[in-house]
Design a protein around this ligand. Structure first.
Ligand code: SAM
Length: 218
């Protein structure tokens, strides 16, 4: 049975105060980050670092994103509770848990079978029930489209066409685009059936998005 503690709750309060200072103002995001125990999403060796604002290793050579990055991407989505959101790169399941805690209808795709299974088990144990798919997220999840928000949590060489097409009118796609060293956060808004607008934000460094519309495996 997983256990939270006053110590970890206190560390979350400090982290959330820092995120607020760094410009994260969406109350729903801050409250979700206060509620979701990030240390559950890490191996026990990293539990003590769970509330430092850093990315940390998870299984299969992947990472759990830095809390600031999770909050920043989520804020750019400008979601309302009940919105349908697609996440590409379930990883540890932490960002999916944040979106569930915020009251979203969450869909999340992971290409790595071990991470997909681990995230499914943990999220269920914590009482979160996002729709999870094992597969290539660069193709989206057309059965449940359109989405109010799509968030890509891995580095992409461009904006995958299927994701653009699966966005609702008025919906937003938040995606880090660049080379393998550095990526700029882009937000594509679907203004109408045929029109989109792209805005550019800060630079980040993510693990690669590998798939048909992403980087190709060697
Ligand atoms: N959102 C995650 C979290 O909260 O822990 C962090 C994700 S990690 C930075 C990026 C994830 O994207 C990795 O787990 C990786 O296996 C996954 N990934 C890479 N390419 C993918 C693809 N085409 N489809 C789905 N997942 C992919």
């Amino acid at each position: 049975m997983l256990k939270d503690s006053y110590k970890y709750k206190g560390l979350r309060e400090i982290l959330v105060a820092k995120l607020h200072q760094s410009g994260i103002r969406d109350k729903n995001i801050l409250e979700a980050m206060l509620a979701v125990p990030r240390h559950f999403f890490l191996e026990s060796a990293f539990a003590e670092q769970a509330y430092e604002d850093i990315a940390l290793p998870i299984a299969e050579g992947q990472t759990i994103s830095q809390p600031y990055t999770v909050a920043y991407q989520t804020q750019l989505l400008e979601l309302q509770p009940g919105d349908k959101v697609l996440e590409i790169g379930t990883g540890s399941g932490y960002q999916a848990a944040i979106l569930c805690q915020m009251g979203m209808d969450v869909y999340s795709i992971e290409r790595n079978p071990k991470l997909h299974m681990q995230a499914q088990k943990l999220l269920n144990e914590l009482g979160y029930h996002p729709h999870l798919l094992l597969g290539d997220g660069t193709l989206g999840w057309p059965e449940f489209a359109p989405y109010h928000g799509i968030v890509v949590t891995a580095a992409s060489p461009g904006i995958p066409k299927p994701l653009k097409e699966q966005l609702a009118v008025g919906g937003r796609l938040v995606i880090p685009v660049g080379d393998l060293e550095s990526q700029q956060m882009l937000r594509l808004t679907r203004i109408s059936e045929s029109e989109t607008k792209i805005e550019e934000f800060k630079y980040f460094k993510f693990v690669p998005l590998i798939g048909k519309e992403g980087w190709h495996e060697k």
